[in-house]
Design a protein around this ligand. Structure first.
Ligand code: HEC
Ligand code: HEC
Ligand code: HEC
Length: 379
């Protein structure tokens, strides 16, 4: 059935069913949707500086406009190429990610509610009917609210699962029709959302990065197990290559090209990564290990497409780990930032990726990182 291949594993439709294995069934309590408007009144999340989540969402969050773009230029061209007749927002090929409530059965909304247009509060936080009235009461524990169906996004594994369903696996027909390729990296995308919450837990950056990439590997493996995809395969290989260079990845991920085996292992990795704290020394060591792979990009005979895909997953890793070092005060070496930015631009060049230049800049980063460790490091 064609429609099924379009549904991301953690899409709304699936998380309404308790069968969605990797998520532990946290969302499946059967409550109805109450709509984003029910969250944003001034007495609630639309109320000034403390409870301003809805204000941040309305003003800055890309999800608030994800429905709107379906009616415009590029979307109409994509829709035409796919043979979609009429409004793309009414078509499951688009609204499953851009306007998920449009595809939900009417009896799943509280009485008389008009479904949200974009990706609303409940797309991430869970259907609110069963917890809306009591979730602010001081005598109610967080666990009780979660039991009533709110999604525990404080848990990094759950957080990764809630985003990755819409942010990675795109049907090849959509890509060919002109839809931008999707990439998932939890830590950077949480920062870019921008967050309407404060989360200052230790080593959140490295943990989120690794958990998110492991969840991405699980989803890619799931997709490839279901269907061959020549464009996607080098991306899968690149991510396996990268994650097998981390401590947890080395122990959790098998050396195999069997996608189902990898799907399971990647899920295990994501769960462990969500719990594992990274001391500063580990962040530094990991960064150095990543920088040291520059020699692999120098190899003259290597496959350029594969190398570009490796660069594409390596650069966000460098970026997130580097930012964490700076945040923790363990590094002040600003030249590294410029090097990472250059690597980012080089990695974006799908058409004409230059592995030798990439290797050169990565080698420079390695030198900069080593310099900072020398006892006489100049400040
Ligand atoms: C698997 C989920 C998914 C599906 C299905 C999907 N999109 Fe998207 N789409 C996204 C995400 C996520 C982005 C943001 C990508 C980015 O900026 O990196 C996006 C971006 C876009 C953009 C570019 C927006 C911009 O601001 O530049 C357009 C246009 C678009 N989608 C149209 C469509 C249309 C039309 C369909 C249906 C044919 C569709 N999308 C189906 C997830 C999806
Ligand atoms: C794209 C996903 C997404 C959407 C959409 C979203 N949120 Fe969140 N929200 C999160 C994540 C992730 C967190 C962090 C959870 C945590 O740390 O407990 C969060 C946290 C929160 C918190 C806790 C704040 C704190 O500091 O403890 C509130 C309240 C909240 N969101 C309200 C809303 C409201 C209201 C809307 C709609 C206007 C909304 N969210 C839309 C993902 C989302
Ligand atoms: C129901 C599907 C859905 C979920 C769940 C979702 N997103 Fe999105 N997200 C989208 C779509 C669709 C767009 C494209 C919006 C546009 O460009 O108009 C988008 C755009 C974005 C963007 C801007 C484009 C980019 O990729 O940089 C960020 C950042 C983002 N999402 C972060 C997140 C994070 C973090 C989470 C989880 C906490 C999340 N999203 C959960 C569908 C979703």
């Amino acid at each position: 059935m064609k429609v099924l291949t379009l549904l991301p594993l953690f899409s709304l439709v699936l998380w309404l069913s308790p069968a969605s294995g990797a998520d532990g069934g946290v969302l499946a309590t059967g409550g109805k949707f109450t709509g984003t408007q029910s969250c944003g009144t001034t007495g609630c999340h639309g109320g000034g500086t403390i409870h301003n989540e809805s204000i941040i969402y309305e003003r800055k969050d890309p999800h608030a406009v994800s429905y709107g773009i379906l009616g415009k230029g590029t979307s109409l061209r994509i829709a035409e190429a796919l043979g979609i007749k009429g409004d793309p927002a009414k078509d499951i090929q688009c609204n499953v990610c851009h306007a998920p409530m449009q595809g939900v059965a009417p009896d799943l909304f509280v009485k008389d509610l008009k479904p949200d247009r974009g990706v609303g509060c409940e797309s991430c936080h869970g259907a609110a009917e069963n917890w809306l009235r009591f979730h602010t009461r001081p005598d109610v524990e967080f666990a009780q609210i979660i039991a009533a169906g709110m999604r525990d996004l404080n848990d990094i594994y759950n957080r990764a699962n809630s985003c990755v369903g819409c942010h990675l696996n795109l049907d090849e027909s959509l890509r060919k029709a002109g839809h931008p390729e999707l990439f998932f990296e939890l830590d950077g995308q949480c920062a870019a959302q921008p967050p309407h919450y404060h989360d200052a837990r230790p080593s959140l950056g490295s943990r989120s990065w690794l958990t998110g990439q492991a969840a991405a590997l699980r989803e890619m493996s799931w997709k490839l197990a279901a269907k061959q995809d020549e464009n996607f395969l080098p991306r899968w290989k690149a991510l396996v290559w990268l994650l097998q260079k981390t401590d947890l990845g080395r122990t959790e991920l098998p050396v195999t090209e069997d996608f189902s085996t990898m799907q399971k292992a990647a899920d295990g990795l994501a769960r462990k990564a969500a719990q594992k704290l990274w001391p500063t020394g580990l962040v530094k060591a990991q960064l150095k290990e990543f920088a040291a792979v520059y020699t692999e990009f120098e190899a003259a005979k290597a496959d350029k497409v594969q190398l570009q895909r490796k660069a594409e997953v390596l650069v966000p890793a460098l970026d997130r780990l580097w930012r964490e070092l700076v945040k923790s005060g363990a590094s002040k070496q600003t030249e590294c930032e410029a090097a990472i930015q250059s690597l980012h631009l080089l990695a974006l060049d799908h058409e004409d990726f230059d592995p030798v230049r990439f290797a050169g800049t990565l080698g420079q980063l390695k030198v900069l990182l080593a310099r900072e460790d020398a006892p006489s490091a100049a400040k």
